[in-house]
Design a protein around this ligand. Structure first.
Ligand SMILES: *Cc1c(COP(=O)(O)O)cnc(C)c1O
Length: 489
């Protein structure tokens, strides 16, 4: 006698041809989008009626996938952030690349959870980490993990640094009485994620000692050493020096060689935040200055910035694999590693980081590097640097403009100047130039304040940017700025 069963439910389509057609349409629309992006405005404001659709409450009933896609096109696709555009230079945001997108699509379609188990995606993940080591000059027996981005890469490294400090068994005992004594050193220009990481790993903001910078925005290493000695004398426990390869403000490079020496001299962990600029090592012009990075105890860097792959993916490399594993490995009953079958295969990636479930983000990197080859990336990164220098020259040649920081890596900071204008008036002028550049859809630099000067900041990790875009940017800054001269209060 057969029992009566409820009707089976699934999320798969009733009509496979329809979902196939939608897939084709999406691919076509994306390719058209990238192909034509140069002719489009870089950004446009979102109309109120579109914004209001994002306040609609939870839909109880579904609709046809074509309808969903059409809503996406009208309300979302048209109001993108703009970092796919050739003249997007705000913050430090990568452009993405077509094959990387296909990689993400395939990764999502295969949908493996790349943590434990014998499956090809896990080997791809490991291969990409090994390529990262090769690019960064880390030895084969070092270890690493792909994470969501630079912030996660930095906190992963700093956790290992903290847990490796002395023989205090911090992982099991916690920080206890030493939490207020440990000291981490970084420069005033260090990215905010280092402070956040220190807060989260229990050190607290007060244990982050910010060392002053010189007029190139690089850490003053004399001040660093003096501070370390003073702290030791006062009973503090220095444990880590963080150098930045490419500060977020100006692309400055802390003196890597000196930081390495000082770290070794005092027995401190040497960590490099290279979220933006570790990959600058691929440009022969910078390779020498970044050489000492190869000997860092840990290095954090982003692949969604200067390797141009779509969001998100970053990488942490740790020199000493045993210390890395000792910081994260656990063996709960439900995650037993086997010698055969599905739960066989390499050491679980969960033993090297906090996150358990992990997507197949390695695939977009793997496909991109295979498609282009390492040498092409070397050219691309060098090209961004030369474009930044070219923009710097245009600024230097123009009396109405001034550089507000030395051009370093691919960041150019400058502003319009006008005789007799006070600082607040210069700020209003340049702020208005920036906003109009964005609102007119021309280009998207961002802003910062350097030594009290409001600055237009052009950070170029854009694989679509051309040298001509720098000419256009300068011409438009001057056009807008000149038009404003009489209206600035
Ligand atoms: C971008 C950046 C970070 C943060 O990386 P995310 O990928 O945004 O999390 C950290 N440090 C520096 C120097 C950066 O440029």
């Amino acid at each position: 006698m057969s029992k009566k069963k409820p009707q089976n439910q699934t999320l798969d389509p009733e009509n496979w041809d329809e979902i196939r057609a939608l897939g084709h349409q999406i691919i076509d629309d994306l390719v058209d989008y990238w192909k034509g992006i140069r002719e489009e405005p870089i950004w446009k404001p979102i109309p109120e009626e579109v914004k209001s659709t994002f306040k609609d409450s939870l839909p109880a009933n579904g609709k046809n996938p074509m309808e969903v896609y059409s809503e996406f096109k009208t309300n979302i696709f048209s109001y993108n952030k703009g970092n796919v555009h050739p003249r997007f230079f705000a913050w430090i945001q990568g452009t993405g690349n077509p094959i990387g997108v296909w990689g993400d699509l395939l990764a999502s379609g295969m949908n493996p959870n790349v943590t434990i188990g014998e499956h090809a995606p896990l080997y791809v993940d490991q291969q990409v980490v090994n390529w990262c080591k090769e690019m960064m000059g880390f030895s084969e027996d070092s270890s690493g993990i792909l994470v969501s981005g630079g912030s996660m890469a930095n906190i992963t490294a700093l956790t290992v640094a903290r847990n490796s400090f002395a023989d205090l068994n911090i992982r099991s005992r916690g920080l206890q009485e030493i939490s207020s004594k440990m000291r981490l050193y970084c420069s005033e220009e260090t990215h905010s994620c280092i402070q956040k990481a220190a807060e989260i790993i229990g050190l607290g903001t007060d244990s982050v000692v910010k060392i002053p910078v010189n007029n190139q925005f690089e850490m003053n290493t004399l001040a660093l050493e003096t501070q370390i000695k003073e702290d030791i004398d006062e009973g503090f426990m220095p444990f880590c020096v963080v150098g930045t390869s490419g500060t977020v403000n100006t692309g400055a490079i802390d003196p890597m060689e000196d930081l390495l020496k000082i770290s070794r001299k005092y027995g401190l962990w040497f960590h490099v935040d290279g979220a933006y600029g570790a990959l600058c090592k691929l440009d022969p012009v910078y390779a020498g200055r970044l050489k000492a990075m190869e000997q860092a105890d840990s290095l954090a860097f982003d692949l969604h910035k200067w390797l141009y792959v779509p969001y998100e993916v970053g990488c942490t490399l740790i020199r000493d694999k045993a210390k890395h594993r000792a910081s994260f490995a656990v063996n709960p009953n439900y995650l037993l590693q086997e010698t055969r079958g599905l739960a066989g295969g390499p050491d679980s990636i969960n033993n090297y980081g906090f996150e358990l479930s992990r997507g197949f983000k390695a695939l977009k990197v793997w496909m991109s590097i295979k498609e282009q080859g390492f040498l092409k990336y070397q050219q691309m990164i060098a090209q961004n640097n030369r474009q930044a220098e070219y923009l710097g020259e245009l600024v230097r040649e123009c009396e109405e403009l001034e550089l507000t920081a030395p051009v370093s890596m691919s960041i150019t900071c400058f502003r319009m100047v006008k005789k007799g204008y006070s600082e607040p008036k210069l700020r209003s002028l340049n702020r208005e130039i920036l906003l109009q550049l964005q609102e007119q859809g021309i280009a998207s630099p961002s802003s910062t304040i350097l030594n009290g000067k409001y600055t237009l900041r052009v950070a170029n990790v854009n694989q679509r940017a051309r040298f001509e875009d720098m000419d256009l940017l300068v011409a438009e800054v001057l056009r807008i700025g000149r038009g404003l001269i009489n209206s600035i209060e």
